[in-house]
Design a binder for this molecule. Structure first.
Ligand SMILES: [Mg+2]
Length: 369
């Protein structure tokens, strides 16, 4: 119950229902923020944003050629981060080729077990889209009790970490297993299992909590004008979900977010699966979290470890790339559709993830007897 209180106070979110169109600053979504921009005032409630609400509420002008190009690039990137049956490379031949390159981790289970011989498996699990289905309302991304059981069993045999973009307390509240490592806020907020000697292992400077709170309030206000947009405060990062936003308004949303971030040079914008992510500019991501956790477990330079990372998102690619670079461990992309990935294997959906985890446990149990 204490945990629930913490979730409410540390992680907050709001969804917008007002229908209007917004025009904002006209620069590229991913361009670096100029160092000369004004420093944020950490104590304020957000009143210092230069663009007045009246000025911002006007129909978007897409006649400017330069802007049209940017608009196109943004929407393409947002689509690429959120593949669907229509837009993905789901043609049969492409899918077959992709499956040869990224075979099913269930189909190649024996091969994976072979690779783990003499090594300690360490399991890393993304949450949304990996352990839970992607749902319209991110507040309702619950995992099934069967999945929870599978994760609990896996954690009995292998060190297991949840690595999520969400606030650590919130993802813990979804998973409800105290015996795991949790890396929230894209791995920026890491805590070890309860009753272990791994307490809080890593957190960014506290100034970011205050900064995120300020930006959260501003974004809540600004995105009120975009129906379906949902802002989530993940403590050390923010998520702006756009899965409920009409595709015609994606550009407006991206520009709104970017215009707010202009005032915050210490923050950067990245994209996930139907979500824009606002994070500190510190060089930290899920890949760094994976390395940090391996180090914390004493496997920094060990040959005797096999990290297995399962994730569905663009942000999980950082972890897949780290495994490739180490030449050690296996990345498993959870996706029904072919997409560019550094993962070696694939699984289609959370149900298959559960079967994979169950097979790992069955194999470990049977090999122990
Ligand atoms: Mg995910």
């Amino acid at each position: 119950m204490t945990n629930q209180t913490m979730v409410v106070s540390e992680c907050t979110s709001g969804i917008n229902v007002v229908a209007m169109t917004v025009a904002m600053a006209n620069s590229s979504l991913f361009s670096p923020v100029a160092a000369a921009l004004p420093k944020p005032s950490f104590g304020g409630g957000g009143g210092y944003i230069a663009i007045s609400r009246n000025n911002s509420i006007k129909n978007i002008d897409i006649n400017n050629g330069e802007r049209v190009k940017r608009v196109h690039a943004w929407v393409e990137t947002m689509r690429a981060s959120s593949p669907s049956r229509k837009s993905s490379l789901s043609q049969t031949d492409d899918h077959k080729t992709w499956m040869i390159q990224h075979p099913s981790a269930l189909g190649k289970f024996e091969e994976i077990i072979e690779a783990s011989k003499g090594k300690q498996i360490v399991v890393f699990l993304d949450y949304d889209g990996t352990l839970s289905p992607i749902v319209e309302d991110p507040e309702k991304a619950f995992m099934t009790s069967e999945m929870r059981e599978a994760v609990r069993d896996v954690a009995k045999y292998f060190p297991t970490a949840i690595v999520s973009g969400r606030c650590r307390a919130k993802v813990h509240n979804f998973v409800k297993l105290s015996e795991l490592f949790y890396a929230g806020s894209h791995g920026m907020d890491i805590k070890g299992p309860a009753n272990s000697n791994h307490g809080i292992l890593f957190q960014p400077p506290k100034e970011f909590v205050l900064m995120m709170n300020n930006v959260y309030k501003i974004l809540l206000e600004k995105t009120k004008l975009i129906p379906g947009a949902k802002v989530e405060n993940n403590k050390f990062c923010l998520s702006v979900h756009f899965r409920r936003v009409d595709e015609n308004l994606w550009v407006d949303l991206a520009e709104t977010v970017k215009s707010v971030l202009k005032e915050y040079p210490k923050l950067r914008l990245t994209q996930g699966r139907k979500v824009l992510e606002i994070r500190p500019t510190i060089k930290w991501d899920k890949g760094k979290a994976l390395e940090f956790l391996l180090q914390s477990l004493g496997y920094e330079n060990s040959e005797n470890v096999l990290p297995i990372y399962l994730g569905d998102d663009r942000t999980d690619e950082d972890a897949f790339k780290v495994l490739r670079k180490r030449g050690q461990g296996l990345g498993i992309l959870v996706s029904k559709f072919p997409k560019e990935t550094a993962a070696s294997y694939s699984l289609e959906e959370p149900l298959q993830v559960m079967h994979f985890l169950q097979r790992l446990v069955e194999w470990k149990r049977s090999s122990a007897t």
